[in-house]
Write a protein that binds this ligand. Structure first.
Ligand SMILES: O=C(O)CCC(=O)C(=O)O
Length: 285
């Protein structure tokens, strides 16, 4: 059965730039995703520093794994790919992007208890610029998320406003976040931090300003994120083509013409690591 969004929900996404669907993902899917995720946490005990597969906190260890991210889960296990390419969340993507859709990339961000690093306010599209802005990220909380657990926050309507420069003051170093002086032009006091039970879904536009605070709670916060593009949005950089599934058509027909939005987009350096590495000024793997 298709799980399309209502006209009201689509209108909320278009105006506010984001949408939340509490407890959307079914229990059988959550059970499968959580089982596979646990196996990767166990596998991460073998690494002491970040590598191509895992992005780990500085105090990660075999005894006490503290993962920041499992990179590109769809390339690590078929369950993640099946979920991203043919589960009910693709119906959500279709409701917003139309019938012709490409998968762009995915990641699984964890936020371990009592720590779990902050993700500073940023916009996604400067990480992977495209010919237009019909790109969305669908986040799935694999477990219940409550206030103070590092839940993702959004600044409503910020997708309709400016795109920010995500290089540092010198203009030389990519930081992947919006500078404090620029944040003065942003309604951060209007930020919303949705919470919900396991399977709660967030959808946000690629221009939306979003971020999250550290996780002060005693529970981890696994958040599986997958990004989709309208088939006629084409990437300016080859970052995602490093994954075999990057830019794969998952519904409808391939576009023969690119659609161009006249609003320009900042371009990142050719080599960027994860958002954590950029924001925490770590070297990339
Ligand atoms: O994990 C989070 O809280 C936010 C992640 C995020 O915004 C990103 O990876 O772009």
């Amino acid at each position: 059965m298709q799980k399309n969004l209502s006209a009201e929900q689509i209108s909320h996404y278009r105006t506010e730039g984001y949408l939340v669907l509490e407890n959307f993902v079914s229990k059988p899917w959550l059970d499968r995703l959580n089982a596979v995720t646990q196996s990767f946490v166990d596998l991460s005990r073998k690494v002491s520093t970040s590598d191509k597969q895992f992005d780990v906190e500085p105090d990660h260890s075999a005894d006490t794994p503290r993962l920041r991210r499992l990179n590109s889960p769809v390339d690590q296990h078929p369950t993640y790919w099946e979920f991203a390419s043919s589960s009910e969340i693709v119906d959500l993507a279709e409701s917003i992007l139309g019938p012709d859709i490409k998968f762009h990339h995915g990641k699984l961000n964890f936020k371990y208890p009592q720590g779990g690093e902050e993700v500073k306010w940023h916009q996604d599209i400067q990480f992977w610029p495209h010919t237009n802005y019909d790109l969305i990220t669908i986040g799935v909380y694999l477990e219940e998320v409550e206030e103070g657990q590092g839940e993702m926050g959004f600044i409503p309507r910020s997708q309709a406003s400016e795109l920010f420069d995500q290089y540092d003051e010198s203009g030389e170093r990519w930081t992947g976040y919006i500078k404090d002086q620029d944040l003065r032009r942003v309604d951060t006091d209007k930020a919303v931090f949705p919470t919900g039970g396991a399977g709660t879904v967030t959808i946000h536009n690629c221009r939306m300003i979003h971020g999250s605070y550290p996780n002060d709670s005693t529970k981890w916060r696994p958040l599986l994120l997958q990004t989709y593009t309208a088939a006629d949005a084409f990437a300016y950089t080859d970052l995602v083509r490093r994954s075999p599934h990057g830019e794969e058509l998952i519904r409808g027909k391939a576009a023969k013409w690119a659609r161009h939005d006249p609003r320009p987009c900042q371009v990142p350096p050719t080599k960027i690591g994860t958002i954590f590495q950029a924001q925490q000024k770590e070297s990339t793997t």
